[in-house]
Ligand binder design. Structure first.
Ligand SMILES: Cc1ncc(COP(=O)(O)O)c(C=O)c1O
Length: 446
């Protein structure tokens, strides 16, 4: 089909039902603050920060100007064996914000690349220490770490994995999921206290099965974002840290969604008071405006990688990994401007303040509506789970997403969940609009 003067059937859309989309295209042609402008001239509230990216809201002049100035100064330079001034500054700012001794930033271009980079660092680190037999990774059911082969293998969303069979990494196991639909279906701005210790499974089954001495790393999202915003039991991440420490296993936090303010703190690591050995980021680091991702590694990992080559000549590369666009100067200029803006406008604190407002609104307007079986809010995000239509998984949430779009609200449908994660600049009235439009749509699709 055609829209205006260009075709619309040449782009194969990612993670999208393309046939349905072609019948009912949804096209953005502008954005400002909390709103998109559509091809048919309507305003749509960005209720999901454009997939957890646009924390500071759209069309932020400071970021745009930094990008324009960078283009006129140093448009691009290769990143191998030379670098650029903005990459050093961006890394310095990210390291200063990251917890503890997470000081060494490996840049890449996306969350998927960050996942695979962190897994490769884990293997290389253990090998550098003479423990190359540590090559098992442990992810979690319904975890999401992007779409590359490493991230997909440690990820646990069945639909993303099911057609790739033996092409998935072989030495991978998964922790059980962190949701209790019976006792903790409704969570509002708190950490659920479980009667059961769900990490006994790791200690008593998974690690003995593989032998802990063979395990390279555990990778988890502190809060499971893409699955639909599922919140871990109280103490879970601390205990995971202890188990990893006991056995010399690296702990990787994938903070692609939780990083840069979503919980009201710089990282979920700060919120939970648990420091990983590597922290993956992407999305909000540039306010989504230019692709960028990265892995912040501990000094310990970096030092081991350098030290291992003690006998190697100094011209030898220590880690054979990197991307043409690692530390791209334009992306780094965008990151610097974004991090400054977050700080100047105190936007992480604002996310922390508006989180309970969103949670209150969602719980009071949506709990008890037809088919609603769970609501989970923490930080500035809420996941609402619906009973699926028998034989048509995901259809109810998809239909509700479409309904909301046509009524001016962008909500994210993820399986049977609908998720809001608005920019940190969101106002109370906009939260009310988002939640009320969703509540009405849920009733219409009962
Ligand atoms: C936790 C997490 N990791 C990795 C990714 C993949 O990021 P990207 O789509 O930038 O490759 C995502 C994307 O949503 C994510 O939520």
């Amino acid at each position: 089909m055609a829209y205006n003067d260009f075709r619309m059937d040449n782009q194969w859309l990612p993670f999208t039902p393309n046939r349905a989309f072609q019948k009912d295209p949804r096209v953005f042609v502008g954005a400002d603050g909390m709103y998109f402008t559509t091809h048919d001239g309507r305003q749509i509230i960005d209720g999901i920060s454009s997939l957890w990216c646009v924390g500071a809201g759209h069309n932020r002049k400071a970021i745009n100007e930094a990008i324009k100035a960078q283009l006129d100064t140093l448009d691009y330079s290769t990143a191998f064996s030379v670098s650029n001034d903005k990459a050093f500054r961006a890394a310095e700012m990210i390291a200063a914000m990251a917890p503890g001794d997470l000081n060494k930033v490996l840049f890449c271009n996306s969350g998927s690349e960050a996942a695979d980079t962190s897994l490769k660092v884990a293997l290389a680190y253990h090998r550098a220490r003479g423990e190359g037999h540590r090559n098992i990774f442990i992810g979690r059911e319904r975890g999401y770490h992007g779409v590359n082969f490493g991230g997909m293998s440690v990820g646990g969303i069945p639909a993303n994995r099911k057609v790739y069979g033996a092409a998935l990494l072989p030495r991978v196991d998964h922790l059980r999921f962190i949701h209790d639909p019976v006792n903790h279906a409704y969570i509002h701005n708190q950490e659920p206290v479980w009667n059961e210790d769900i990490l006994l499974e790791l200690e008593n089954r998974i690690l003995p099965l593989h032998d802990p001495s063979n395990v390279a790393a555990v990778i988890v999202e502190p809060v499971a974002g893409s699955a639909g915003w599922y919140i871990p039991p109280q103490g879970y991440l601390k205990r995971l840290r202890e188990i990893c420490d006991k056995h010399g296993i690296l702990l990787i936090f994938d903070e692609v969604i939780t990083g840069f303010g979503r919980l009201g703190t710089p990282f979920a690591s700060d919120y939970y008071g648990v420091q990983p050995d590597m922290l993956n980021f992407a999305k909000a680091v540039t306010n989504g405006v230019i692709p960028m991702g990265g892995v912040v590694c501990s000094d310990r990992i970096y030092d081991a990688m350098m030290g291992a080559h003690g006998s190697a000549p100094e011209h030898a590369i220590e880690f054979f990994h990197g991307y043409t666009y690692s530390g791209h100067p334009v992306a780094c200029a965008a990151a610097i401007a974004t991090l400054e803006l977050f700080q100047q406008e105190n936007l992480f604190a604002r996310a922390g303040e508006m989180g309970p407002v969103l949670g209150d609104a969602a719980h009071s307007a949506i709990k008890g509506l037809p088919n609603v079986i769970s609501i989970r809010s923490l930080g500035l995000a809420v996941g609402i789970e619906l009973a699926s239509i028998p034989g048509l998984p995901g259809k109810r949430a998809y239909d509700i997403f479409l309904d909301c779009y046509h009524r001016g609200v962008l909500v994210r449908n993820a399986g049977e969940n609908l998720v809001f994660a608005p920019p940190y600049i969101v106002e109370r009235e906009q939260i009310d609009t988002m939640v009320n439009v969703l509540a009405d749509a849920i009733k219409r699709h009962a």
